[in-house]
Design a protein around this ligand. Structure first.
Ligand SMILES: Nc1ncnc2c1ncn2[C@@H]1O[C@H](COP(=O)(O)OP(=O)(O)OP(=O)(O)O)[C@@H](O)[C@H]1O
Ligand SMILES: [Mg+2]
Ligand SMILES: [Zn+2]
Length: 273
C-alpha cells in the first residue's frame, strides 16, 4: 500500500501475507504521475495500493511453477500404465521398474535420444531394455511411442493399403508423428525370409527418414542380426547398410557387454566369418 507520494513516485510498503502469517513489509517504489482527473487518480491509487513487492511476485510465480510441475508429475504417473498400453508394447514388458539386464539397459539409456540398431542373441535383453528405457522416459514426459514387431508392422502397413479409409501415405504420416518407433524382431531367432517388395519399401522409407532427417522420429530396430542378415532381408542391402551405419548407433549386445564395433554389418563379412 502507498505510504507517501512524492517526486513522481509512490513509496509503498508490501502488505502481502507470507506463509508464516506475517506481513512482508518490504518497501518498494512505483512511478506515479497524477493525471489531474480526480476520479482517474483514485483508480490509479487503488490499484497501486493492491501491488505487492517484486520479491513477493517472484515467489508467487515460483510457487505456481512448482505447483504446475507437481500436477504434471501426478498426471504423468497416473496415466503411465495406460500410455504404455497404447504403445503396443507386450504386457510383460510394460511394467518394469528395474532393467532385467543391466549393460544392455544402460547402453540404451545412454543413447536414448538417438536412432538405434540393436543386435544380439536371444535373451540378451534387447526387448526388455528398450521397453524399460521407454517407460523411464514416458514417466518424465508425454511421448508418442509405437512398438511393432516385423509381423505387426507389415500387417498394419498392408491393412492401411487395402483399407477404404486409410492408405500407405497416411500410414507413413502416422509413423512420422511419433517420437519413438520401435521395430522389434526385424530379424528373428532363425534368421528370416526376405521382406516382400512392399515390406522392403516400407523399411527403406523408415530408415531413409532417419538418414535424411525428414523426421524427428527416433527409430529403434532390434533383432538377432548376424553377419549377412541384412543381405538376406532385402534385395539390395547397400543403401540400407549405408544408412544404418551413418544414422544409427549400432550395438551388439552380448550377455554382459556391449560391442559397438560394426563388424556384424560389415559389407565384406560373410556368414562363415
Ligand atoms: N521377470 C523377469 N525378471 C528378470 N529377468 C527376466 C524376467 N523375465 C525374463 N527375464 C530374462 O531377461 C532376459 C532378457 O529378455 P528379453 O526378452 O529382453 O531378451 P531379448 O534380447 O529381447 O530376446 P529375444 O531375441 O528372444 O527377443 C532374458 O534372459 C530373460 O530370461
Ligand atoms: Mg526380444
Ligand atoms: Zn513483499
Amino acid at each position: 500500500m502507498i505510504r507517501e507520494i512524492r517526486d513522481g513516485n509512490a513509496f509503498c510498503i508490501c502488505r502481502n501475507m507470507l506463509a508464516d502469517g506475517t506481513e512482508c513489509g518490504r518497501e518498494f517504489v512505483v512511478p506515479f504521475q497524477t493525471c489531474g482527473d480526480e476520479g482517474m487518480d483514485k483508480i490509479l491509487h487503488t490499484s497501486i495500493n493492491a501491488l505487492i513487492c517484486e520479491q513477493c511476485r517472484e515467489k508467487e510465480a515460483e510457487d505456481e511453477r512448482v505447483r504446475q510441475g507437481e500436477e504434471q508429475k501426478h498426471i504423468l504417473a497416473e496415466s503411465l500404465s495406460e500410455r504404455m498400453e497404447r504403445t503396443g508394447i507386450p504386457p510383460r514388458f510394460r511394467a518394469m521398474d528395474k532393467p532385467w539386464t543391466r549393460p544392455a539397459a544402460e547402453w540404451i539409456f545412454r543413447h536414448r535420444n538417438e536412432s538405434l540398431l540393436i543386435a544380439g542373441e536371444t535373451g540378451v535383453g534387447k526387448t526388455s531394455s528398450a521397453c524399460f528405457v521407454i517407460r523411464w522416459m514416458m514417466r518424465q514426459q508425454f511421448l508418442r511411442v509405437r512398438y511393432y514387431t516385423r509381423q505387426t508392422l507389415i500387417a498394419e502397413f498392408v491393412q492401411s493399403k487395402t483399407s477404404d479409409n486409410d492408405n500407405e501415405l497416411r500410414f507413413l504420416h502416422r509413423l512420422d508423428q511419433l517420437d519413438y518407433l520401435i521395430i522389434d524382431e526385424l530379424i528373428g531367432k532363425k534368421g528370416e525370409a526376405k521382406l516382400s517388395p512392399s515390406g522392403q519399401e516400407l523399411l527403406f522409407n523408415i530408415v531413409d527418414g532417419v538418414y535424411s532427417w525428414a523426421r524427428g522420429t527416433k527409430v529403434w530396430i532390434l533383432g538377432n542380426f548376424q553377419a549377412g542378415s541384412i543381405d538376406r532381408l532385402v534385395d539390395d542391402p547397400r543403401p540400407f547398410r549405408r544408412r544404418f551405419q551413418e544414422s544409427f548407433r549400432i550395438a551388439w549386445f552380448d550377455g554382459d557387454s556391449v560391442d559397438e564395433s560394426l563388424k556384424v554389418f560389415d559389407e565384406n563379412q560373410t556368414e562363415e566369418d
